[in-house]
Design a protein around this ligand. Structure first.
Ligand code: NAD
Ligand code: IPM
Ligand code: MN
Length: 351
């Protein structure tokens, strides 16, 4: 469904906690904003999340995903996570299930400074990078063993699976992106400790790099990469890494921007039904207070429109969000006094 049409058919899955707050609020701005660019957004809200899981024992209803693949252009997702389900069983089925079953192999997580004063870093000028996180393999595959539970011999193993196909395509995705940006890719791994997967990533990175003569490369171990994100973030353009390291690095990146409430992400299978979600979770500590920052969801909307080819709309959304941030018309996580709805009203006033 890559053909540009004037109606975008969205499945929205607000999920749990502040996921519901930020997704519904963001749409109150994104829909009229898109309309001002002659783009109609047709939203079908799905009730997948903790309540449904507890009520019906269902994460993704049978047959529903196949229908979405036929009918929708994109999925706009909030967050999953609920204190009543401490092992996140529903989240694994819903969010990790969607990533896996839709083969959304590229998790794209941009880190950009909107206003240097918001960053905890002293020198936060010119930070502009994208973390490309492998999104279908690694330790997230849910394979492993758990033996002799509750005894002194208990042994719990989570296996990190890395396939050549999976590693090659995500590294290639990162190089293609770098080509359109500043031409630099950093591979982040732990091949000093992770023998098998580490060597596959290293070898494949060199192989793919051979196809991109004009892209410079670097390698950092994940521990040092965490340090460099804090003391020398300007060195990064595109980072490519596995599922787990990508998860960790992206929260450091969010903090560098000033708040998790600003970090957007896209889960992409190029040309196929893809899923767009803020990086943050359901934030049980602030749920129901009306103070969740909606800007991560709004910027996620911009990524969605970009991916569907509505580039001017996406750029204009980013400009509106940037304006609110620069003027300090923001929620308390960014030092502001506004509630979620007031931030949205501010954005709507610029349409
Ligand atoms: P979290 O991202 O929900 O919250 C971390 C901190 O950031 C909290 O203090 C929270 O208040 C703050 N925060 C997050 N988003 C914010 C926003 N938009 N505005 C203002 N402040 C914001 O991480 P957590 O507390 O570790 O996890 C809570 C639940 O969410 C867990 O169940 C976790 O597994 C889940 N989770 C889900 C996703 C997802 O669905 N994509 C992502 C991360 C965590
Ligand atoms: C994220 C989240 C998820 C992840 C959790 C909820 C499983 O932290 O999207 O960053 O680890 O991928
Ligand atoms: Mn995360």
């Amino acid at each position: 469904m890559s053909e540009k049409e004037n109606t975008i058919r969205l499945a929205s899955i607000p999920g749990d906690g502040i996921g519901t707050e930020v997704i519904r609020s963001a749409l109150e701005y994104l829909s009229p904003k898109a309309a001002s660019f002659d783009v109609n957004i047709d939203v079908e809200e799905l009730d997948w999340g903790a309540d449904k899981w507890l009520r019906e024992g269902v994460g993704i209803p049978k047959g529903k995903l196949e229908r979405l693949q036929k009918e929708k252009h994109a999925i706009f997702f909030g967050a999953v996570g609920d204190p009543r389900i401490p092992d996140m069983a529903h989240g694994r089925e819903i969010l990790l299930g969607l990533r896996k079953r839709l083969d959304l192999y590229a998790n794209v997580r941009p880190i950009q400074i909107l206003k240097p004063e918001l960053s905890p870093l002293k020198n936060a000028q010119n930070i502009d990078m994208v973390i490309i996180r492998e999104n279908t393999e690694g330790i997230y595959v849910g394979e492993g063993t758990h033996e002799s539970e509750g005894t002194i011999n208990e042994r719990a193993c989570d296996i990190s699976v890395n396939t050549y196909m999976g590693v090659e395509r995500i590294i290639r995705y990162a190089f293609e992106l770098a080509k359109k940006r500043r031409g630099h890719v950093t591979l982040v791994d732990k091949n000093n400790a992770m023998r098998f997967g580490g060597s596959l990533w290293q070898r494949t990175f060199k192989e793919v790099a051979g196809d991109f003569a004009n892209v410079e490369t670097a390698h950092l171990y994940a521990d040092v990469a965490c340090m460099r994100l804090v003391d020398d973030p300007q060195r990064f353009d595109v980072i490519v890494t596995d599922n787990l390291f990508g998860d960790i690095l992206s929260d450091i990146g969010a903090s560098i921007m000033g708040s998790l409430g600003l970090a957007a992400s896209a889960n992409i299978n190029p040309g196929k039904l893809s899923l767009f979600e803020p990086v943050h979770g359901s934030a049980p500590d602030i749920v129901g207070q009306g103070i969740a920052n909606p800007l991560a969801a709004v910027m996620t909307g911009a990524m969605l429109f970009d991916e569907l080819g509505y580039l001017e709309l996406a750029t204009s959304i980013r400009k509106d969000a940037m304006g609110a941030v620069r003027k300090g018309l923001v929620t308390p996580d960014l030092g502001g006094e506004l509630k979620t709805e007031a931030v949205i009203e501010e954005l709507v006033s610029h349409i």
